[in-house]
Write a protein that binds this ligand. Structure first.
Ligand SMILES: *Cc1c(COP(=O)(O)O)cnc(C)c1O
Length: 436
């Protein structure tokens, strides 16, 4: 490894494109055709009776999902964004309530609160797990706090023991956003509904998918029933169930079609293979990066299996001697150009810490007059720059992410990726001289 850097006119490590992911196969095609032949494309009706709970494929998919992950209830929804809203409604959160949430996540983990008039309060992340830091959660608790939104970011588990202890001490609900973590375990149990309620995304980019979709999981009968009602116009049939407690039951149409559910059943059969391949690739890459000064491979907490939705690598600019942008530019020049954004081998940061977005900076969410931030007598929480220094540091300087640790890539593809990074580390002095 010593030819000059591609960025400085040398030969790149690899020019052949990385293989593309294919997600649909014969099992999905067959499943879709069966539903087409039945002509029952959706079994849902937004009125009292059997149709309130969905058609045969939806129910089969939900049963299989609940079995696979060891939960009493699985409730399918048309996206995990709808699932987050549903879970928040089911948990009886409402106007004025605060939900403590990490800022380093897909936006819906936080914005779902708005649709019930609740407010996200941001706690910092842990620089090892990239998930919400229990110490920061504790520091953000106020008399208004009702729940913690835990996001198992990139497919790694948050520190659930510490979070459960905080929730117990303060009487809070825990909602788990396990969109990126189907198959992630916390001390031998699958994350998602470890304490109260949570769930998964089935959008096209996730481990397994139904195009768009999601699944809520819980062991709590009340939260499950309320979720089913919110998913499907619960206001129309709550009376027939004899329930008196109707808060937040005004529903949406967050229903999955029979076609999607049939695809979901076939996809669920693929999950174990997908997880096994990603874990094998992740071990291989971690071994290649071990001991490399300035690069840190993804870490798993003891007893927690990572699902590797995205592969995080920590970059230490002081040790490598160049900044992250230059490093990524040089590594990218060693590798084939990506066809689609998802194939970019290495990029910097993940999302901008959410509180820096205009919705928080200007406090304009529902309507134009400041709802739900404008709470009488109580100022809105802070969304100032500097609020979550670890998230900001990861975003600006230290975190790199890769989409290469996934099927159908092989260890030899990942060797090229590792070689590219090692080559740039070796030649960092030349890049330093160039910028000097
Ligand atoms: C994908 C994702 C979501 C949203 O899921 P959709 O099914 O696209 O609505 C929410 N949170 C996280 C962490 C995600 O990765």
């Amino acid at each position: 490894m010593s030819s000059n850097l591609s960025l400085l006119g040398g030969t790149p490590v690899r020019s052949q494109p990385f293989p593309q992911r294919r997600t649909m196969g014969d099992a999905e095609k067959k499943a879709v055709l069966e539903v087409m032949d039945s002509d029952c494309i959706s079994g849902f009706l937004g009125s009292p009776g059997e149709g309130a709970w969905g058609g045969p494929k939806v129910r089969e998919f939900e049963e299989r999902w609940a079995d696979r992950f060891g939960y009493k209830h699985a409730i399918s929804v048309n996206s995990w964004t709808s699932g987050l809203m549903t879970a928040i409604g089911a948990a009886r959160l409402g106007p004025g309530d605060e939900i403590i949430c990490p800022p380093y996540t897909m936006s819906a983990s936080a914005t779902a609160a708005f649709f019930y008039g609740a407010i996200p309060v941001f706690a910092d992340i842990d620089p090892v797990t990239y998930c919400i830091d229990p110490k920061s959660v504790e520091a953000r608790i106020t008399p208004r706090t009702r729940a913690i939104m835990v996001v198992h970011l990139f497919g790694g588990s948050a520190d659930m023991d510490a979070l459960h202890a905080i929730a117990d001490r303060h009487g809070l609900r825990i909602i788990e956003d396990a969109a990126q973590a189907p198959g992630t375990t916390w001390k031998g149990r699958y994350v998602g509904g470890l304490r109260d309620i949570g769930g998964f995304s089935l959008n096209y980019h996730k481990h397994i998918h139904t195009g768009e979709g999601g699944v809520i999981v819980t062991n709590d009968d009340d939260l499950a029933l309320r979720s089913r009602l919110i998913r499907n116009h619960g206001e129309n049939f709550i009376e027939t169930l004899g329930l008196q407690d109707i808060d937040n039951i005004v529903g949406g149409n967050y229903r999955l079609t029979e076609i999607q559910a049939a695809i979901g059943i076939a996809q669920l059969d693929r999950l174990d293979d997908i997880l096994a391949q990603r874990r094998m690739l992740a071990r291989h890459l971690a071994a290649r990066l071990e001991g490399v000064p300035g690069l840190h491979a993804a870490t798993e907490l003891p007893g927690c299996d990572h699902a590797y939705y995205i592969y995080p690598i920590r970059f230490d600019p002081a040790v490598v001697g160049i900044d992250r942008r230059t490093f990524i530019e040089a590594v990218s020049a060693e590798l084939p150009r990506a066809g689609i954004p998802e194939d970019i081998p290495l990029s910097g940061g993940y999302v901008k810490p959410l509180y820096l977005n205009p919705v928080y900076q200007r406090r304009i969410a529902i309507g134009g007059k400041g709802f739900p931030f404008d709470r009488a007598g109580d100022p809105a929480p802070s969304y100032a720059k500097g609020l979550c220094p670890v998230a900001e540091r990861m975003h600006e300087d230290e975190l790199m992410i890769s989409f290469l640790v996934r099927e159908p890539l092989t260890t030899s593809d990942l060797d090229d990726f590792a070689d590219a990074m090692l080559k740039v580390i070796e030649h960092a002095p030349a890049l330093r001289r160039r910028s000097a």
